[in-house]
Design a binder for this molecule. Structure first.
Ligand code: CDP
Ligand code: CDP
Length: 214
């Protein structure tokens, strides 16, 4: 990419954000950053001590005691908590169950936003509010969607799980995330429901070439 550019992809769980963002970043030769990892790390920290995810002050105090670091990389982001790599422990049902509760706290959101804005250089980033709140000046913004049934089926394909339970958990997370899920007014919308990953990546690359990103 010429100059420093941030490209954002937002949308609900399993809309394809991270798979698409990773491939687009690869094609552009820049890191892919998953903002959800920081919310997942916060949920992990709370879970470690059996803390109350609904208690904002308690969550913030825990985050103040720990050193949480997101390390973007061309070969996959890592998350460190007090020097230990916890990346492999962040995509579990236990973290999924509390992450949206933790992510609703305004001061937790401010903590994540601050960390994301410290990331230097060009990158592709996915999340919920990347185009609206964190990087309103992004070079180009995308908003991915798909029906909840399609998204739940995708998740069941990744983790051995019951479709009805996953659909229900996803509806609940959509509901809790609703406030952060509003698309940016200037986002390019893509319904990924009937598209393959490659088709979505191609649509994103076409839009990027339209604004001059290689
Ligand atoms: O991949 P998936 O969309 O399931 O999850 P994720 O992007 O890792 O995000 C996990 C959770 O973190 C979401 O359900 C939101 O509650 C929260 N999140 C958020 O509030 N804002 C973001 N920018 C990213 C994640
Ligand atoms: O990051 P997000 O939670 O939005 O979704 P993801 O983890 O990138 O995608 C969820 C799953 O859906 C992955 O296993 C993708 O391979 C799959 N997917 C798909 O099959 N077709 C698409 N058009 C998009 C995603």
């Amino acid at each position: 990419m010429s100059g420093v550019s941030v490209i954002t992809l937002d949308g609900p769980a399993a809309s394809g954000k991270s798979s698409v963002a990773r491939r687009v970043a690869e094609r552009l030769g820049v890191p892919f950053v998953s903002s959800g990892l920081l919310y997942r790390a916060a949920a992990w920290v709370v879970g470690r001590v059996d803390g109350d995810p609904a208690d904002e002050a308690a969550v913030l105090a825990l985050l103040g005691e720990r050193r949480v670091r997101l390390e973007p990389s061309l070969v996959g982001d890592r998350v460190w908590v007090d020097g230990a790599d916890v990346s492999e422990e962040l995509h579990t049902d236990a973290v999924d169950a509390v992450v949206s509760t933790v992510a609703r706290h305004p001061r937790v959101r401010a903590w994540v936003t601050e960390r994301l804005r410290e990331i230097p250089g060009s990158f592709v980033i996915d999340g919920r509010d990347m185009g609206t709140v964190v990087f309103p000046e992004a070079r180009l913004k995308f908003y991915l969607t798909a029906p909840v049934e399609v998204r739940a089926r995708r998740r069941v394909g990744e983790r051995r799980a019951d479709l009805d339970a996953v659909t229900e958990a996803m509806r609940r997370r959509d509901h809790l995330d609703a406030r952060q899920l509003a698309p940016a007014a200037d986002a390019v919308h893509i319904d990924t429901g009937a598209l393959t990953l490659e088709q979505v990546v191609d649509a994103v690359m076409r839009a990027l070439s339209g604004v001059g990103a290689p």
